[in-house]
Design a protein around this ligand. Structure first.
Ligand SMILES: Nc1ncnc2c1ncn2[C@@H]1O[C@H](COP(=O)(O)OP(=O)(O)O)[C@@H](O)[C@H]1O
Ligand SMILES: [Mg+2]
Length: 480
């Protein structure tokens, strides 16, 4: 009887049986995700022209996957050869499985002009949307009879957290096919419509009985992690993860009316006496962002409206000319009842006034009667201002609220992560345009930190007593 080299555990089997074009196997660490990915690549190695690509963000991280292949592939196909310098397996049929990295955006050229029937991404949240979607164009058959598809694994957290969460997790319940309509031009020049499918398969560490048999302490290791990391790695929770910059962020529908214990609230009619601020981060190929903020009597900010120039794909700009952005701003300020007829203070990225010979973005917008002051773009003080504003007082009231209609803010700002090269600053490879625009507005309305910051998130069980540290007792550096 043949020796069984590897047998999928039930959840791995569910992942490997999915018919969709894209599938993400995600969630808790140790669920058996990478193992399933490496084994999935073998499925078509009997077809001579089959080619597979297995990607990790950096080359050293690939070692874990290559080790798995050295163990399983070598045993399953004793005649298969591994080329150490090309990181490529060649099977007796001629089929190939290559291991690759994509550390820098320009590494994409390594895969240019190549086709892969199967493309796998291990730890997808380490990749940007551009990197992932670029590889779509590489996923095409090398000959007749192969199935072309994409598979990925991920843990919550990382620079790609936001787009991965939106694409796979919030789009539909787990194990449910998500359909995307796509239009394309056929060889006859006619626009055709088609559908692409994708799915999310959740992983839990308890799915991996093999691991727990080998290492019963592994669960305890995860349980002993700090709270955010534990939620992400043990429970596979996509709302909290380590490396998150604004870990104090709370979006709790139970507080949308009362405004307690949440930063997101239901929209309301803004009193006419509250000043309005408008912030702006310019972008063309990347999204631009305009945010309108109302300021209450305690100088609390409310983001009441947003205009975000995103083309639909994460972090991809709509490519509007500055004059079109200005016209849209004027239209919104004419029509939105919370903005109509108001005096609006406006701050923008000072870079919009840089002119490379021609008219600057700021000048063009001024010609359209949309005026900006130069914002203060010091990165770390701006980031601290946002932390001061997000902190809850003892009543669970922060100094920054976001209307629940500002969905791009809610999608992108909580997902920002720290830069690998600078432990204090935000990773600018993430979708940070709304964050930038918020910084200019916060720097124009600076506040001192709370005298005694809360050691833990506000909870509804906290007493109403604010110990002299609640209800509007803040120092402001600037008065109106
Ligand atoms: N089907 C399986 N059969 C035997 N052992 C497995 C199987 N799946 C996973 N394992 C064991 O569990 C460990 C963790 O799996 P891995 O795929 O690396 O987890 P993840 O990528 O989800 O963190 C592997 O190193 C391996 O020892
Ligand atoms: Mg893994």
């Amino acid at each position: 009887m043949a020796e069984v080299i590897w047998r999928a555990q039930p959840k791995q089997e569910a992942f490997m049986a999915r018919p969709e074009w894209e599938a993400l196997y995600g969630g808790a660490a140790g669920g058996g995700k990478s193992e399933a990915l490496v084994m999935e690549a073998l499925r078509q190695v009997h077809i001579p022209h089959y080619k597979a690509l297995i990607l990790r963000k950096t080359f050293p991280q690939l070692a874990e996957l290559i080790d798995k292949s050295l163990n399983y592939y070598a045993r399953a196909f004793p005649a298969a050869k591994y080329n150490d310098s090309k990181h490529t397996w060649t099977f007796p049929s001629g089929a190939k499985i290559r291991f690759g990295d994509l550390q820098y955006e320009q590494d994409k050229v390594k895969y240019q002009g190549q086709s892969f029937d199967f493309i796998a991404f291990d730890e997808l949240t380490h990749f940007t949307w551009e990197e992932y979607s670029y590889l779509f164009s590489r996923c095409r058959p090398n000959g007749p009879g192969t199935r072309c598809y994409i598979r990925a694994t991920a843990n919550p957290g990382g620079v790609g957290h936001a787009w991965v969460k939106e694409r796979f997790i919030t789009a539909a319940p787990p194990m449910t096919t998500i359909w995307q309509e796509v239009e394309y031009r056929g060889p006859d020049g006619q626009v055709k419509r088609g559908r692409r499918s994708r799915v999310f398969v959740p992983a839990r560490v308890t799915d991996n009985q093999k691991l727990l048999e080998h290492d019963p302490g592994y669960l305890l290791n995860l349980a002993a992690l700090p709270q955010a990391q534990r939620a992400a790695l043990l429970d596979g929770n996509w709302d909290s993860f380590s490396g998150q910059v604004f870990s104090e962020w709370r979006d709790d529908p139970a507080g949308y009316q009362s405004g307690r214990g949440t930063h997101v609230i239901d929209p309301f009619e803004v009193p006419g006496s509250w000043p309005i601020w408008r912030g702006f981060d310019w972008g063309y190929a990347r999204p631009f962002s305009v945010g309108w903020y109302a300021v209450d009597g305690d100088r609390r900010l409310y983001r009441v409206r947003e205009l975000y120039g995103c083309a639909g794909a994460p972090n991809e700009g709509v490519k509007w000319e500055p004059s079109r952005v200005a016209q849209e701003i004027r239209r919104i300020e004419r029509e939105d009842p919370n903005l109509r007829g108001r005096t609006i203070h406006a701050v923008a990225d000072p870079a919009i006034f840089a002119s490379a010979g021609g008219e600057s973005v700021g000048d063009i917008m001024a010609r359209c009667q949309v005026y900006w002051d130069k914002g203060d773009h010091q990165r770390l003080p701006g980031k601290m201002q946002i932390h001061h504003r997000l902190a809850f007082d003892r009543r669970g009231v922060p100094m920054l609220y976001v209307f629940k209609t500002c969905r791009h803010f809610i999608r992108t700002v909580p997902a920002l992560v720290y830069a690998p090269s600078d432990v204090e600053d935000v990773d600018t490879r993430g979708e940070d345009h709304i964050y930038d625009e918020l910084r200019y507005v916060c720097m124009a309305n600076p506040m001192a930190p709370r005298p005694r910051p809360r050691a833990r998130p506000w909870s509804p069980l906290d007493s109403g007593d604010d110990g002299g540290n609640g209800g509007g007792h803040y120092d402001f550096y600037r008065r109106y």
